[in-house]
Write a new protein. Structure first.
Length: 143
């Protein structure tokens, strides 16, 4: 019994338990890259929050601004050193996610903010876009 707890202690000290439980793909970002990458992620969450608020309150301008923020502009802002570390499977989710934000902005521009069905449609697009957030988080870790 004592031996087992000693083994468990050593495993947790060396992070073995964490690595074996977390079977996502490890991107191996440096501390600096993590700070920048995760801050971009929080911006995306911010955009989602603004988009849903814009839909709920019928504010097209708010939706469009927030969607553009997480669109192509953000795709271009990803540091080259991070891009070099991410596999094709990562980019296959990441690229389309930014494009879907642009699509959302284009769709919002064509909608009537006082029409409940139009706003409902935008909410559905947002939820579909968020499948990409889920898929990527399921598969990758910055560590
Ligand atoms: C192409 C991959 C990818 C996509 C798409 C993606 N993320 Fe992430 N995100 C990550 C990774 C990797 C992490 C770090 C997870 C980890 O290491 O446990 C992360 C972390 C985060 C975090 C935590 C930030 C922090 O400070 O720790 C938030 C918030 C987040 N993502 C929001 C989103 C939202 C919202 C979307 C969709 C609009 C999204 N992400 C789409 C890859 C992605």
């Amino acid at each position: 019994m004592k031996r087992i707890s000693l083994l468990l202690l050593l495993m947790s000290v060396f992070g073995i338990t964490q690595a074996s439980i977390d079977n996502r793909y490890h991107l191996g970002l440096s501390d600096e890259e993590k700070v920048e990458f995760l801050s971009e992620m929080r911006q995306m969450l911010n955009s989602i929050q603004q988009i849903t608020l814009g839909i709920g309150t019928g504010n097209k301008a708010m939706i469009i601004k927030a969607a553009h923020y997480a669109g192509n502009r953000m795709a271009r802002a990803t540091p080259q050193s991070v891009k070099d570390k991410t596999p094709v499977s990562f980019e296959q989710i990441g690229g389309p996610t930014h494009m879907m934000f642009e699509e959302l902005a284009i769709n919002a521009a064509e909608m009537d903010e006082d029409d409940a069905d139009d706003m409902k449609y935008l909410l559905e697009l947002t939820a579909k876009l968020m499948r990409n957030c889920l898929a990527c988080h399921q598969a990758f870790t910055v560590n």
